[in-house]
Design a protein around this ligand. Structure first.
Ligand code: GDP
Length: 369
């Protein structure tokens, strides 16, 4: 049907098409029985805290997913329920081995996690895969969630995959992931893989929530070390050169030698452990079991020498410290008196009437009133 052009009655009689209204053919009415059927579709019912707890303990992945959404919610109402739930699950947490995996975009993180994840589920382990994606809070886009990922792993009944929480600063994203780890542990996941993109701060955040940190690299033209920040090497318990297959093998071996040498001059990330460099091909599932053996060796060492417990305690201390910082920051920037005073005090600093230190003190005094 062609659209009709009709003018509203208040339009001057000799006006042109600028006042035209297009009348388009309408849509057919939904038959009454369809409306009735739609009304009968059950709405997603709110779960009680006890139902969440039970579902999680029974390993129900749908309820686990909903519990994670509750923890990720920014609403104050949800915060109370989430904290109530977390308190109840605490006795069932802490028993997993937490592994951080970082690498530049394209290094093969999702392929590697798929390969390692499938290997582990075949060994009978329950594996959860989480992500900390700084790009989702900076650019609103997501580096880790924008492609079809881990197609085989996602079908494994013993695997649970959850993309990065979005929104808020990196600190907030990390807080949510820490709580998600606890929920997954209470649901019986014994190995938690936390993926992050190698772009700086996010690796440090992930390091502070895992027991083992793995850096994934790819063979380059022999000068790859120039581009690697020393800081990242310092926090890695293992470096893996991925894509060591086909024509890449000589380059991969060269990279392995170079990273091995570089690691000799770097303080180990974990006391008593010597970080080493491994080759693998995630695409061909080669080298994966050797890397897992290395992780098991690490696990048994740190559990024997007490470093495992020590690091977990340090991480809890750091977590509390971060929460206090976050809380105080919000208290400061949500205080209306402070918000009003900031522009004037900034101007005083710009025009040298007050020092920056005194400006900050003056503002903080408003919080202490
Ligand atoms: P991510 O961005 O780090 O998650 O990287 P992806 O896992 O998406 O991999 C990026 C590209 O590298 C994809 O085209 C993969 O197929 C490819 N890739 C990943 N691992 C390997 C590998 O071991 N060998 C080869 N040849 N290619 C790989």
């Amino acid at each position: 049907m062609q659209p009709n052009f009709e003018k509203p009655e208040w339009v001057p009689p000799n006006a042109g098409m600028e006042y035209a209204t297009i009348i388009r053919p309408g849509v057919e009415l939904v038959p009454a029985d369809h409306v009735a059927a739609a009304q009968q579709t059950p709405q997603r019912r709110n779960l009680s805290i006890q139902e969440y707890l039970q579902g999680i303990r029974q390993g129900d992945r749908t309820i686990l997913g909903r519990a994670i959404s509750l923890v990720e919610s920014n609403s104050l109402r949800h915060l109370e329920s989430a904290q109530e739930l977390l308190t109840l699950i605490l006795p069932f947490t802490g028993h997993s081995f937490r592994i951080g995996i970082s690498g530049a975009p394209g290094a093969g993180k999702s392929t590697f996690i798929e390969s390692l994840g499938c290997y582990l589920t075949q060994l009978g382990h329950k594996v959860a895969v989480l992500a900390v994606d700084p790009s989702s809070s900076i650019s609103k886009g997501s580096v880790l969630g924008d492609k079809t990922r881990m197609e085989k792993l996602v079908q494994e009944p013993n695997c649970f995959i959850r993309p990065s929480p979005s929104g808020g600063a990196l600190g907030g994203v990390a807080r949510k992931t820490r709580e998600t780890v606890l929920l997954c542990e209470a649901a019986g996941y014994e190995i938690i893989l936390i993926e992050t993109v190698g772009v700086g701060q996010s690796e440090i955040q992930v390091r502070s929530m895992v027991d083992f940190f793995l850096l994934l690299n790819i063979p380059g033209a022999g000068d790859e070390l120039q581009g690697i920040k020393k800081g990242i090497m310092e926090i890695a318990d293992a470096v893996v050169i991925n894509k060591a297959d086909g024509d890449n093998i000589p380059k991969a071996k060269l990279a392995q030698a170079e990273y091995t040498q570089a690691l000799q001059y770097i303080q180990p990330a974990t006391m008593g452990w010597k970080s080493s460099v491994h080759l693998c091909s995630s695409l061909l599932n080669q080298g994966i079991s050797e890397i897992w053996q290395e992780i098991l060796k690490f696990q048994s060492l740190v559990q024997q020498n007490g470093f495992f417990e020590k690091r977990r305690k340090e991480q809890l201390r750091e977590w509390i410290h971060q929460l206090i910082q976050e809380y105080l920051y919000n208290l400061f920037y949500q205080n209306s008196e402070i918000l009003q005073a900031i522009p004037g005090i900034k101007q005083d600093v710009f025009e040298n009437r007050i020092s920056p230190t005194n400006a900050a003190r003056k503002l903080i005094q408003l919080l202490q009133k």
